[in-house]
Design a binder for this molecule. Structure first.
Ligand code: ATP
Length: 365
């Protein structure tokens, strides 16, 4: 297990990590997420004893990394895949690491096979593609057959086959009871790989929970409703009925209505009562990406200027019709495409299994 307690790192005036406390448990893949510059690499470097905390501590199995006996056999890491002597062959690079850690040469050939580099093992790594470099870095992490593994952006530069391979490898390592801590900016990939998430923003802890709990806590489900395109008055009637019943209605780019605050059967009944035909009534479940954007939108240092609200507008009245009551825009701290009503105010978010806790898979065992 990795345990950080009050971990803080300052570089001069810059606080990269502040008062971070978390545990990374064995038997699960724990995703480490955060916007650019939020302190993920700094935290990983402190876990690996490559940087000293300004205050606080971080231990692996109860010991700081530098006090671990034969650390390379207990902890493996991929931090920077480019940190390889390019003049050496992949095999010689791994052999030199193995010799330093007292690992037999036979293990080098084993890990070359695991990562699929056996055919290019004697080629100089200088000519390796980004993906081959990542595989070599992963081989180095696996060399000591360690119980604890850290991967900083392991799928960087990998093709779809490589990404699938890394996903399955992470899951397999965790299923073997190892501690797997992996950072990534690819939310869709994290949603498929991670069991648990630790999310930081500007060096501070934002969330520490399972993936389903994270999505549930940081998003609100909504209903997508579509009326016949050739009958705009139906859409207006429905908007008025839904709003009057306490729903919040916004218009999506394709003309569908996004409804929060009312369960699906109620929307159906209201449409029926208003004599409105429905072409679509479907539940929308938030993705990890949406939940992540919602949580971190206040903690992003570098942001594009694109208007995230552009695709979501209050419904416009059709020409020649009485305008319906003004739609209620959800009252959220910062509105945006990813900003549904605040957690707790969403009548759909009632899944009791999605606990907002720092629950870990092994707690359930
Ligand atoms: N050696 C250093 N000296 C000064 N500032 C640093 C140093 N290392 C990191 N920082 C700063 O600390 C902050 C956190 O950086 P870090 O690289 O840990 O973030 P990150 O979450 O890994 O970012 P990314 O996702 O872009 O890799 C940044 O503002 C960075 O500029």
């Amino acid at each position: 297990m990795i345990e950080a307690v009050g971990l803080t790192k300052r570089y001069g005036d810059k606080t990269a990590v502040y008062n971070l406390s978390f545990q990374v448990r064995p038997g699960a893949v724990t995703g480490f997420l955060g916007p650019n510059g939020s302190g993920k690499s700094t935290t990983m470097r402190m876990i690996l004893g490559l940087d000293n905390p300004t205050s606080g501590s971080v231990t692996i199995g109860g010991h700081p990394y530098r006090q671990l006996p034969n650390a390379p056999r207990q902890v493996g890491a991929l931090l920077d895949a480019k940190a390889v002597h390019g003049g050496r062959s992949a095999r010689n690079h791994l052999l030199s690491l193995a010799q330093l850690a007292g690992i037999p040469a036979q293990r080098v050939d084993e890990v070359l096979g695991v990562v699929g580099l056996q055919d290019v093992a004697r080629r100089r790594s200088k000519g390796f593609s980004l993906g081959m470099g990542q595989r070599l870095g992963i081989a180095a992490a696996l060399l000591g057959d360690p119980q604890v593994l850290l991967f900083d952006e392991p799928v960087n530069g990998l093709d779809p086959e490589g990404i699938l391979w890394v996903r399955n490898l992470m899951k397999k390592l965790a299923a073997e009871g190892r501690t797997v801590f992996v950072s990534s900016h690819l939310m869709s990939e994290m949603a498929l790989t991670a069991d648990h998430l630790i999310v930081i923003g500007r060096g501070q802890l934002l969330a520490d929970m399972t993936v389903p709990a994270f999505i549930s806590a940081n998003s609100a489900d909504f209903a997508r409703v579509r009326t016949p395109q050739d009958a705009p008055e139906q859409r207006e009637k429905l908007t008025a009925a839904l709003t009057e019943a306490g729903g919040q209605v916004l218009s999506e780019r394709d003309g569908a209505l996004r409804v929060t605050g009312l369960p699906l059967p109620r929307i159906s009944d209201l449409a029926h009562g208003a004599d409105v035909r429905l072409w679509e009534l479907s539940p929308h479940q938030a993705s990890l990406e949406e939940a992540y954007m919602r949580l971190t939108q206040g903690a992003v240092d570098y942001r594009s200027t694109e208007d995230q609200l552009a695709g979501l507008q209050p419904p416009q009245p059709a020409y020649g019709h009485t305008p319906p009551p003004a739609p209620v825009v959800p009252d959220v701290p910062q509105q945006g495409w990813y900003a549904p009503p605040p957690p707790g105010q969403n009548p759909y978010a009632t899944d009791p299994s999605a606990k907002r806790t720092d629950d870990h898979p092994e707690d359930a065992r």
